[in-house]
Design a protein around this ligand. Structure first.
Ligand code: FES
Ligand code: FES
Length: 178
């Protein structure tokens, strides 16, 4: 008896793209970033977000990954002095200096908004706090008319909102009396 021959594999189905090689393979790009005053060189794929570049490539873990889709504010950093959501910002598009919560204090000297957060007990679990601080610093610097509205993109599941607003107002009042 003749052993059955293995069947030849069927010809590829042109409509089946599941096993086809991706024609748009991402190539990496060299980028230069300034993070908290320090120049950094990175080799990243064009689709890498600033948040992932900071956390996974540079070990800057102050910005938090909450939703990763622009809805919670936990990833807020400053780019060129303005608050941005780092989960929605491509690292390769960043041209201005980046400041994260790690860059706020001057050595052991807390930035005034950080000090006010401590004074006003403006955190509980702390997960949202780095993002809250970066937005709060911007609220003070921009002297915004409506603090609650300005801070509305930063969610806090511990509901520390009244204390966060009180911390911002503390700094604004201190600035007003100088
Ligand atoms: S992680 Fe960026 S907005 Fe939530
Ligand atoms: S302090 Fe817990 S999420 Fe804001």
């Amino acid at each position: 008896m003749v052993a059955p021959k293995p069947l030849d594999p069927p010809p590829p189905d042109p409509a089946d793209v599941s096993s086809a090689e991706c024609p748009r393979k991402e190539t990496s790009v060299d980028i230069s970033l300034e993070i908290n005053g320090k120049p950094q060189q990175l080799d990243v794929e064009p689709g890498v977000t600033l948040l992932d570049a900071l956390r996974e490539r540079l070990d800057v873990t102050g910005p938090k990954k909450g939703c990763d889709r622009g809805q919670c504010g936990a990833c807020t950093v400053h780019v060129g002095g303005k608050p941005v959501l780092s989960c929605l910002t491509l690292a390769a598009t960043v041209r201005q200096p980046v400041t994260t919560v790690e860059g706020l204090a001057d050595g052991d000297e807390l930035q005034p908004v950080q000090r006010a957060f401590v004074d006003q007990d403006a955190l509980q679990c702390g997960f949202c706090t780095s993002g809250q601080l970066m937005s709060a610093v911007a609220a003070v610097e921009q002297d915004v008319a409506d603090v609650r509205e300005f801070m509305s993109g930063n969610l806090c599941r511990c509901a520390a909102y009244p204390n966060i607003v009180a911390a911002i107002e503390q700094v604004r009042q201190a600035d007003a009396t100088v």
